[in-house]
Ligand binder design. Structure first.
Ligand code: SAH
Length: 235
């Protein structure tokens, strides 16, 4: 569409992109990185299509927001690769009614995705700069059912437990006991467990006092550092 003012033609974004310059990249991400690799849950793909990832990465990485890779978000931390965000979200089997706990807010992207598929999301970040910038960003972009807490997420959020689903976005040496304890009966917990270089995604489901555990796939996350995590970054 062209708007003429005087003799100058001004190009406006085409109507169907609605001013969304990343619409094509987002659609391609969903097709090539998610659906073709087996993430087919319609609700999860819908959430990945609705959240603008470019709003969550630092300005200098905006053009790379839809790459098939993690990206730096400052303080040595990363926003997870789109595929891993979608795969972990799908493994939680959310129906829209859940109270969800996320550990490792980072830039807030994973929390934003969860918030579209659950009733309410509580997310804990240990680095105060990241926690406050994620809270401000989530508020600005309009995710009102996400609450950012700053603290050691390996302790969970006892005062708000139990949770129907818990997602840990940093690699733990083992499953933090408070997170198991704060999972509701029937609840699902997904987290990467392993050392600095080799981790497996585990999915646990609570039945009464017992848990069933499934190993999903290999992955690589930044370390979960805290009382029930690594005491310091693993070598
Ligand atoms: N979900 C994030 C990616 C998180 S990267 C996103 O969508 O961007 C992992 C995050 O976990 C980092 O920000 C790191 O600071 C945080 N983290 C590490 N140990 C933690 C702990 N014990 N409690 C809370 N957050 C922690």
């Amino acid at each position: 569409m062209k708007l003429f003012r005087g003799h100058t033609a001004i190009e406006l974004p085409s109507e169907d992109s609605g001013g969304d310059e990343f619409a094509v990249q987002r659609r391609e991400m969903i097709e090539k990185q998610l659906r073709r690799r087996g993430v087919v849950d319609r609700a999860v793909l819908g959430a990945m299509a609705a959240v603008r990832r470019e709003e969550f990465v630092p300005k200098e990485f905006r053009e790379r927001a839809y790459e098939d890779a993690p990206l730096p978000i400052g303080e040595g931390q990363t926003i997870s690769q789109p595929y891993i965000v979608a795969a972990m979200t799908a493994a939680l089997d959310l129906t829209g009614k859940e109270r969800v706990l996320e550990i490792g807010t980072g830039c807030g992207y994973q929390a934003a995705i969860l918030s579209r598929l659950a009733k309410i999301v509580f997310t804990v970040e240990s680095r105060s700069e990241l926690a406050s910038s994620a809270a401000a960003r989530l508020d600005r972009v309009g995710f009102r059912n996400v609450h950012v807490h700053c603290g050691d997420g390996t302790l969970g959020l006892a005062e708000l437990a139990p949770f129907d689903a818990i997602l840990v976005a940093a690699a733990a040496p083992s499953v933090p006991e408070p997170l198991r304890a704060q999972l509701a009966v029937g609840g699902r917990l997904i987290l990467p467990v392993g050392d600095a270089d080799h981790q497996q995604l585990l999915r646990m489901e609570r039945h009464g006092d017992g848990f069933t555990t499934r190993t999903l796939e290999a992955c690589r996350f930044v370390p979960l550092i805290g009382y029930h995590g690594w005491k310091e970054p693993p070598a």
